[in-house]
Write a protein of this length. Structure first.
Length: 459
């Protein structure tokens, strides 16, 4: 009874400890999620988090680990193997003859045979197949590693684009918010002047209509900013996105329309040998070269070192007629050892080796074509990114000039309106042009940032 009570007590304590550990882990996970959601993320934090939590990057990392294991397996192919074979057989009418092929007659006796054998084989010469397979697996690992770096670069530029898109919509929302505040002031001014009889009632209606339009624009821009934040959070795979927010300080990100862009040929020459896609294709070519040598190794003779040690014991049911001795005595007296070299020379295997070599040769051609295609794609992408950056610079220059010109025009129109020389309709038109120019300038600014970020991505 005391033992049963103690056991129940121990089980109860185990359950309590499991519950406590579960609650602790849940609290830690909740706190971690809360901290991730409450902190303001800058661009580099977003990129680092996305790289460590992106599914495609994780798959690439698993592929690297798998190929590393494959390489380790190839390196261990030189080691000898060791096998134990143990068989216990029952037979009728001369079981010894059935198991070993002996011609000795045992008077149709029935019995059993126990036969343990330990053998080992080690390659001595295999046509350099193991050596070349090791090199092929090394380049296979290099290719997978390059693909992993390429996946990290892809997610980096994707997250950076999403981040800058968030700042773009935030900038639009800020401009729209100021526009709403200005429109409200104009409604108040128009109402006072209408009451004083200085302006017709239609001007107040025009101001209120413009305020409604500006408020609708603000709601739309704020909604676009929320959706952009949601897209960025989904790209990061954040568990709790309710309170996700980014750093609103744009210092260090703002670019100038007069900044000098590096020429595409210079970028290409500096990055072609370090670009992940090109490095992966180069490693694929080298891997195919060594795989061709592996297949050619089947033309060579194979030499292996073989060793074996084993024994046998017979048990006959009618021991009065046949007596082989005790079980352990037979194990000792029937023991034998073998060691030697085994030579295998290929003569004809239905052209399988020849066709494998030919297939491997065509695989090299395909890998070289893939390498050239990767280089051409890199050159095209760099040239396209450069031209997009140049156009973005030109667009930013023109939008800044337009914004400044519309600002001056709006100020003069406001002076004319205050002096009574123009209507509120003209002032609203000038303000709308300035508002549109501000939007265009913000769009051009962040477009240039994205284009420059993409161009830096290739450096």
């Amino acid at each position: 009874m005391r033992y049963e009570t103690n056991r129940n007590y121990r089980n109860l304590m185990k359950r309590c400890m499991l519950v406590a550990v579960g609650l602790h882990l849940s609290t830690c996970i909740f706190q971690t999620s809360t901290c991730l959601a409450q902190q303001a993320w800058d661009m580099q934090q977003c990129i680092d988090y996305a790289i460590s939590h992106n599914i495609d990057v994780q798959k690439r990392a698993v592929e690297v680990s798998q190929r590393d294991i494959t390489l380790n397996t190839s390196k261990k192919a030189w080691l000898p193997d060791l096998n134990l074979k143990l068989q216990h057989l029952y037979g009728f009418e001369n079981p010894v003859s059935a198991s070993s092929g002996s011609n000795v007659s045992f008077n149709n006796a029935s019995g059993s045979v126990t036969q343990p054998v330990i053998n080992s084989t080690m390659p001595v010469f295999d046509g350099f197949k193991i050596k070349n397979q090791i090199q092929a697996d090394k380049f296979s690992l290099m290719s997978a590693t390059a693909d992993l770096e390429g996946a990290k670069k892809d997610i980096s530029i994707q997250v950076a684009s999403y981040y800058l898109q968030c700042l773009y919509y935030k900038g639009l929302a800020d401009v729209a918010r100021k526009q709403v505040e200005t429109s409200r002031e104009m409604v108040k001014r128009a109402a006072i002047q209408v009451e004083e009889g200085k302006r017709p009632l239609s001007e107040k209606a025009d101001a209120e209509a413009q305020l409604a339009t500006d408020e609708q624009t603000l709601v739309n821009d704020e909604g676009q900013y929320t959706l952009a934040l949601l897209t960025l959070a989904h790209a990061l795979n954040i568990p709790d996105i309710q309170d996700f927010r980014i750093v609103e300080d744009e210092r260090g990100l703002i670019s100038s329309a007069d900044s000098t862009l590096q020429m595409p040929q210079t970028i290409y020459d500096g990055s072609v040998n370090n670009w992940p896609a090109v490095m992966s294709a180069q490693a694929g070519v080298r891997q195919s070269d060594y795989l061709l040598k592996v297949n050619k190794g089947d033309f060579y003779p194979q030499v292996s070192l073989y060793g074996s040690i084993g024994t046998v014991s017979y048990t006959v049911f009618n021991r009065d007629k046949l007596n082989f001795g005790s079980f352990w005595h037979q194990f000792d007296s029937n023991r034998g050892e073998i060691i030697g070299l085994v030579l295998t020379y290929p003569i004809f295997n239905r052209f399988q080796t020849r066709n494998k070599v030919r297939k491997a040769s065509f695989d090299i051609i395909n890998k070289k074509l893939a390498l050239e295609d990767a280089k051409l794609k890199l050159r095209k992408d760099i040239e396209t990114a450069y031209q997009n950056a140049v156009l973005a610079q030109q667009k930013l220059k023109s939008s800044e000039k337009s914004c400044e010109a519309n600002r001056i025009s709006m100020e003069y129109e406001e002076i004319r309106y205050n002096e009574g020389r123009s209507s509120i309709f003209d002032l609203l038109q000038a303000r709308q042009k300035y508002f549109k120019a501000q939007q265009d300038a913000i769009q051009a600014k962040y477009e240039l940032l994205i284009r420059e970020r993409i161009l830096d991505y290739y450096k």
